[in-house]
Design a binder for this molecule. Structure first.
Ligand code: AP5
Length: 215
């Protein structure tokens, strides 16, 4: 079993690399952002509470997020391990995760910080698009499909862009990251479990750095 956390600001490449690790390690990606977007799309109570906060680039309340993750890591597909992408994002979330893992007799094998420059994140995020059918991620410049307009993975021809992927909201999301999420880097540093990779390298080079850590 391998459990790991990918930490980094919006656009650092957490989702891109989590999908690759999911394939290579045979463990599941748990993205709180994806879970919240599914709640918004389903029109649930949680989705109704999260929608405006997400569109403004703020953070959804700790209680909602902790509840979602606590239930999720108990599911069968997490038995071999999981990659946390976008969680924890505040000190209370990191503390709640430690308590949850201890209660379930689980541990965290790797906490990996993806180090990037903020300014490059705006270009990465505003150029991002996703296959509407299978969720594969692409970028207008950095990760184009092999055939324009056709998903490499499933052949789908419909693509979507996220409502919060505009330059103004990205700047708010980066602000929220530095204010509320960056402090958890020292939380994990103190625990002696923090590792880092250069997230400014090309996508394949970042994957190589991660593989060297997770073995
Ligand atoms: P979430 O969905 O988690 O978004 P995020 O953290 O802002 O991260 P992103 O998905 O934007 O970035 P990423 O690091 O995954 O980058 P990607 O790999 O796609 O959260 C959205 C919202 O939900 C939050 O704002 C908040 O409101 C709420 N939320 C979620 N979790 C929460 C929590 N725990 N607590 C409270 N609220 C929560 O890469 C970006 C683009 O760059 C892609 O197009 C990719 O192709 C490209 N790219 C990736 N790597 C590289 C590279 N090395 N070089 C060049 N291009 C690259």
């Amino acid at each position: 079993m391998t459990n790991l956390i990918l930490l980094g600001p919006p656009g650092a490449g957490k989702g891109t690399q989590a999908k690759r690790l999911e394939d290579s390690l045979g463990i599941v990606q748990l993205s709180t952002g994806d879970m919240l977007r599914a709640e918004v799309a389903a029109g649930s109570d949680v989705g109704a509470k999260a929608k405006a906060v997400m569109e403004a680039g703020g953070l959804v309340s700790d209680d909602i997020i902790i509840d979602i993750i606590s239930g999720r890591i108990e599911q069968d597909d997490c038995k071999n391990g999981f990659i946390l992408d976008g969680f924890p994002r505040t000190t209370p979330q990191a503390e709640a995760l430690d308590a949850m893992l201890a209660e379930k007799g689980l541990g965290m094998d790797h906490v990996i910080e993806m180090q990037v420059d903020d300014e490059a994140m705006v270009e990465r995020i505003t150029g991002r698009f996703t296959c509407a059918q299978c969720g594969a991620g692409y970028h207008d410049t950095f990760q184009r499909p092999k055939v324009d307009g056709v998903c490499d993975k499933c052949g789908g021809t419909e693509f979507t862009r996220r409502a919060d992927d505009n330059a103004e909201t990205v700047r708010s999301r980066l602000g929220a990251y530095h204010e509320q999420t960056a402090p958890i880097i020292s939380y994990y540093e103190k625990q002696g479990v923090l590792k880092s990779v250069d997230g400014m390298a090309a996508i394949d080079a970042v994957t190589e750095q991660l593989n060297a850590i997770v073995g």
